[in-house]
Design a binder for this molecule. Structure first.
Ligand code: SF4
Length: 698
């Protein structure tokens, strides 16, 4: 019997190591990798059910043009010609790639290189925009770089873990398990949960603040004021390593506990208890996720959190720091190669002329995008307006997952060229594709992913490619060659791409950027094959294996100092007479994205069999809604009909609907159609939380 293959789970940003062992009967045995530093052998329900999701019955196995099977040559020629002709007629800004935190870093690298260096525009964005763009913007404003300062170990070493805007227990289960185990071993450790719902994460929380949606800006601004008033600030850290404290403090000074309580929907006593606990505890980690990011004020909230850690100098030391956890398996890897419309590659800045020059020289590219491209929501609006006339969508299903999803469907319907690469044959997005390209799935392709603690791990192929499926990087490289850029896209395998990516990260760097994996720029094929998980940075010639950032400054603004950002809440007065309820969306424990993988497992589907709307019983009584009754949830953009689930875990005035179901899996439940296409002004991240809706019996 062959040895199991070491690979990485394709679901969430925890990035657990998996041992995958194909069985003689064609099934797949899966276990947690005891040697992987993210999970040490643990897996959650989704990861452990991977073997139940591998069937080929719904797979896209052959290229298609206009609904008819085509050869790869014909399909690739068609795509290259379509993009070339569109660019010739309407300019580089008329084409776009919309990619995904599901693809591997090597796929992302080639997509970004083709769009920014060879098409010469920056219209490449990703569904990670929906997940963590506000954290990126907040990091860059504060640190001058998109750096997560800490590691998972910090959650275990902290004396206080503040979890805000995250149902860690369901959305990052193995990280939650690590935290729960640490707390069980050391009961003096405190956990505070800040969330409008009393989610399963509250089971280990010493305090739950059932905050009003978007109330966390005021809460963390008030915390900064409390820290100052109680003399907890680290004057040394502030003076040596930061700028802008006084301005941030002046803005925060307006946030008395009374004002915080009134803006956050909490009572003064619980606000003060939280402040006192934070102030009294040196080793504090603040974990945050989509509940913070998916808001009009997402970036502001991120900076409000970071301000408190900078002010106390509680950053980059064991058990201390702000900690963004990403939703997808490779949101971080995408960021590292510039997979966002406003970034370049290797964490370089598209608006920095010397960075552009460096990347263009390195790629020997004929041109380089010189301004940020369209972010996800803007990109589909541009498609609707005919400004984007050719779009390539890869490993994502925007017709279900984007806000104002019906408008996205209408935009694609009218777009002259829609190319979709996917592993499955039938999604609401594929229904609009002129060209369908079959992609290799998890277990069939090689590459790397980066998890939320900056750890790069290998995904390894252990299954043959089914039908004519091919890796996404190969598809992009073939189109690049057919567009006339054969030398730049002559990659033969994933290792060659990773080597180039590593070399670019170190080029003319000398420590000027956070992301540098130059130590891997000469990696051989066999070293790549055997590559163990590692955290970046890994600079060439440097022995030091740094696992944390910023304990002694070293930020990435030109003066190497961090910036405090004055926090002014951007209240989103969404509710009103016609739409008086607040909708929040999110994940359930056992499902993933739009169900294309987890929907294949009967075991996973049994946890939550259909979409639902979680309501407080008192609100339901007011609306005359009984348990399990069907209810319509409606915004000006669209509506869904879901089953009412009554629970006092829900905050009054709010309803929660999971994000997973599409009309293919349930009669109704496509919640993206209800969400408004409003975005954070700094990050462009859509506000998938705090949506104004009305609720009625169906
Ligand atoms: Fe996969 Fe995330 Fe579960 Fe780990 S915690 S097994 S990465 S879904």
């Amino acid at each position: 019997m062959p040895e199991p293959v070491r690979t990485t789970c394709p679901y969430c940003g925890v990035g657990c190591g998996v041992l995958a062992k194909p069985q003689p009967d064609g099934s797949l045995e899966v276990a947690g990798d005891p040697e992987h530093p993210a999970n040490f052998g643990r897996l959650c329900s989704k990861g452990s059910a991977l073997g139940e999701t591998m069937s080929l019955d719904d797979r896209l196995l052959y290229p298609e043009i206009d609904g008819k099977r085509a050869s790869w040559d014909a399909a690739l020629d068609h795509v290259a010609r379509g993009f070339r002709e569109t660019i010739a007629a309407y300019g580089p800004g008329s084409v776009a790639f919309y990619v995904s935190g599901q693809i591997l870093t090597e796929d992302y690298y080639v997509a970004n290189k083709l769009m920014k260096g060879f098409v010469g525009a920056a219209n490449i964005d990703t569904n990670s925009r929906l997940c963590m763009a506000s954290s990126v913007a907040g990091h860059r404003r504060a640190f001058g770089s998109d750096t997560v300062p800490g590691t998972y170990e910090d959650l275990e070493q902290a004396d206080l873990v503040v979890i805000t805007g995250s149902n860690l227990a369901w959305c990052h289960p193995v990280l939650y398990q690590r935290l729960a185990a640490a707390k069980e071993k050391r009961p003096s450790m405190k956990v505070v949960l800040i969330d409008p719902r009393r989610t399963m994460t509250a089971d280990i929380a010493d305090q739950h603040l059932a905050i009003a949606p978007d109330g966390d800006t005021a809460l963390f601004a008030g915390l900064l004021r409390h820290i100052w008033e109680n003399g907890i600030v680290s004057k040394t850290y502030i003076e040596k390593y930061t700028q802008g404290f006084n301005t941030a403090l002046e803005a925060a000074s307006e946030f008395s506990p009374d004002r915080v309580a009134s803006e956050s929907g909490l009572v003064v006593g619980e606000v003060e208890a939280f402040f006192q606990l934070f102030a009294a505890t040196e080793r504090v980690v603040t974990v945050y996720s989509q509940g913070v990011n998916q808001a009009v004020s997402g970036t502001v909230k991120v900076n409000a959190i970071i301000n408190c850690h900078l002010a106390t100098g509680r950053i980059g030391r064991p058990g201390m720091g702000p900690f963004s956890v990403t939703g997808q398996p490779n949101a971080m890897g995408g960021r590292e190669v510039g997979g966002l419309a406003n970034m370049l590659a290797a964490h370089m800045d598209i608006e920095n002329a010397s960075h552009r020059d460096l990347v263009q020289r390195f790629w020997n590219a004929p041109r380089i995008a010189d301004k940020p491209g369209l972010k996800a929501v803007e990109m589909f609006q541009a498609v609707a307006e005919g400004r984007i006339r050719a779009i390539w969508i890869m490993a994502t299903n925007p017709v279900d997952s984007m806000p104002d999803a019906d408008a996205v469907a209408a935009a694609l319907k009218a777009c002259p060229l829609v190319v979709v690469s996917d592993v499955v044959a039938d999604t609401d997005t594929l229904a609009h594709a002129h060209v369908k390209l079959p992609s290799a799935a998890w277990g069939e392709k090689d590459g790397t992913v980066t998890n939320s603690e900056r750890r790069i791990s290998r995904q390894r192929a252990f299954l043959p490619l089914p039908g004519e499926a091919r890796p996404d990087w190969w598809q992009l490289a073939e189109v690049g060659k057919r567009m006339g850029f054969a030398r730049a896209f002559g990659f033969r395998n994933a290792a060659e791409i990773f080597r180039e990516h590593a070399a670019l990260s170190a080029l003319e760097n000398a420590g000027a950027r956070d992301f540098d994996i130059g130590a891997y720029s000469g990696i051989s094929q066999s070293e790549y094959d055997g590559m163990a998980p590692f955290q970046w940075p890994q600079r060439a010639g440097e022995d030091r294996r740094r696992t944390r950032f910023f304990s002694e400054g070293g930020f990435f603004h030109a003066d190497r100092k961090a910036r405090f950002v004055p926090v002014h809440p951007q209240p989103r007065d969404v509710t009103g007479k016609d739409y008086p309820w607040t909708l929040n969306t999110g994940r359930v424990r056992d499902h993933w994205h739009t169900l294309t993988r987890t929907g294949k497992s009967a075991r996973l589907s049994a946890h939550m069999a259909e979409p639902y709307g979680e309501l407080h019983p008192a609100d339901a009584a007011r609306l005359g809604i009984a348990e399990a009754e069907l209810v319509r949830i409606e915004s000006p953009h669209g509506s869904v009909v879901v089953r009412a689930l009554l629970t006092d875990r829900q905050r009054r005035g709010s309803v929660f609907v999971p994000m997973h179901w599409t009309d293919r899996y349930a009669a109704s439940g496509r919640i993206g159609a209800v969400a408004a296409p409003v975005t954070d002004p700094f990050s462009g991240q859509p506000a998938l939380k705090n949506v104004a809706v009305r609720i009625s019996r169906f």
